[in-house]
Design a protein around this ligand. Structure first.
Ligand code: NAD
Length: 445
């Protein structure tokens, strides 16, 4: 099939590449000429495991091309996916500027029947808006379909190739049939393609993301209670998650959710609810708990150093909003580092993939290390922010010998508190009441 994907970000580039991998001819369009230039040269502008190789092989088979020419792409495709950004507006609402702009451009370029697919995360009613724009411009027949994307950054290629389910919101049998043809190669293991009405499809994405975000805020709230009542959230988590009705996923206490989706999607759903006269209590709480979680963590650091960290240096491990991505959008690291800088601290940071992206945000306000151990020299404490695999089993003797004080603040509960105590560290994690405080008296002033 001949397909166009507009927007070559984390979703569009992965979707376009995986659709090409199934034998389709895919034209990927972006209005950022630098990005297209890079992609044409074989440089992939984002880090996503497995994506480079897949792009290379599909480009060499001539199934995948990149252009800024939307008109050419639309004229040469039957199905046009819109996968541009839908950022958060000032009032928390979803900003549809890019989606509606693309809809207008597609309409102007139509030369026959097209299916326009909203893959971007958009509020209920967006397909109607897209439809209205297109029908005001063209006489050609078309259908608008909602096809929310559920891939996870860090495992995006795998998620797209083997989705748990595909949701299609469509009210046109012709468009539904075409979409089934597109997706059936991805569902050979029997996972379902779920056809529903357009508004329910649009809502499904917000409901799913908000539920997962709420799970994270829920366990973080439980962790904070554990700390005060003397329970250990790691044991509580296992106690809870072995109940099949609850499950183990998205139930890890930490520094809260970040990234380009959960924070903005929860806020957008709150706004959608408020605009329709509903006061969404659970969603608002999930958002508040999430924001507070980062601040509480900095307070732990401050408390340990008697509320004065001026001139102290902190080694920060992990900057990306989660492992296996270079994405820093809404990353807890940025909030935490900015707060520590405000309080007069110095930061030496390392991330396996997100250093370049961090430089664009923090510039020379912090020092960037070549590897994790380089951050430790002369640092007063280590702060673990993102749980990359390589931070899971580090050389603790080396850490101890390099740090000025053997203190670790673990924002992702990667280490076992008891073992850390045996190793002689003052160790703080999320949701454990026993504060190990062996070395505080010896701390260098
Ligand atoms: P992104 O910012 O990484 O990419 C968006 C791309 O669209 C950019 O390359 C930008 O240059 C391009 N663009 C913007 N306006 C354009 C225009 N007029 N013409 C052509 N290209 C244009 O965004 P993303 O993370 O890929 O997210 C895209 C959408 O998918 C959002 O709605 C997001 O909420 C949703 N989503 C994201 C994820 C994720 O994990 N990132 C997962 C599921 C859904």
């Amino acid at each position: 099939m001949k397909l166009t994907v507009v927007g070559t970000g984390y979703v569009g580039l992965v979707a376009g590449t995986c659709l090409a991998e199934m034998g389709n001819n895919v034209i990927c369009v972006d209005n950022n000429p630098d990005k297209i230039e890079q992609l044409r040269k074989g440089i992939v502008p984002i880090y996503e495991p497995g994506l480079d190789e897949l792009i290379r092989s599909n480009v060499s088979e001539n199934r995948l091309t990149f252009t800024t020419d939307l008109d050419y792409a639309v004229k040469n495709s039957t199905i046009c996916f819109i996968a541009v950004g839908t950022p958060q507006g000032e009032d928390g609402s979803c900003d549809l500027t890019y989606v509606l702009e693309v809809a207008k451009s597609i309409a102007k370029s139509m030369n026959g029947y097209k299916v326009i697919v909203n893959k971007s995360t958009v509020p209920v009613g967006t397909a109607d808006k897209v439809k209205a724009i297109i029908s005001s411009i063209t006489q050609y027949e078309f259908d608008v379909v909602s096809n929310p994307e559920f891939l996870k950054q860090g495992a995006a290629v795998d998620d797209f190739l083997k989705p748990d389910r595909v949701i299609i919101g469509s009210e046109s049998p012709k468009a539904t049939e075409l979409m089934q043809e597109v997706y059936s190669p991805f569902l050979r293991t029997g996972n379902p393609i779920i056809i529903m009405d357009v508004k329910s499809a649009e809502m499904s994405k917000y409901a799913a993301n908000s539920f997962l975000a709420t799970k994270i805020s829920f366990i973080n709230e439980i962790a904070n209670i554990c700390e005060t009542v003397g329970a250990d959230v790691e044991q509580v988590r296992i106690g809870m998650s072995t109940d099949k009705r609850i499950g183990s996923q998205f139930l890890f206490p930490g520094l809260g959710y970040g990234g380009s989706c959960f924070p903005k999607d929860v806020k957008a759903l709150i706004k959608i609810a408020e605009d329709s006269g509903i006061n969404p209590q659970i969603l608002s709480s999930a958002d508040r708990v999430n924001q507070k979680q980062r601040i509480l963590f900095v307070e732990k650091v401050l408390k340990y150093f008697n509320n004065d960290i001026k001139g102290r240096t902190f080694a920060v491990w992990g900057l990306a909003f989660k492992p296996r991505t270079d994405d820093l959008r809404e990353a807890p690291s940025i909030t935490i580092i900015n707060r520590l800088l405000e309080l007069g601290a110095n930061i030496k940071a390392f991330d396996p993939k997100a250093i370049d992206a961090t430089k664009k945000i923090l510039g020379d306000k912090i020092t960037y290390a070549k590897n994790s151990y380089d951050t430790l020299e002369d640092a007063d404490a280590l702060i673990l922010v993102t749980e990359w695999n390589e931070f899971r089993r580090p050389d603790f003797d080396k850490i101890k010998s390099m740090l000025k004080n053997p203190v670790i603040f673990d924002g992702r509960n990667q280490y076992e508190a008891k073992r850390m105590k045996e190793r002689g560290f003052d160790y703080f994690n999320i949701g454990k009441s026993e504060v190990l405080n062996l070395n505080k008296e010896k701390i260098t002033v």
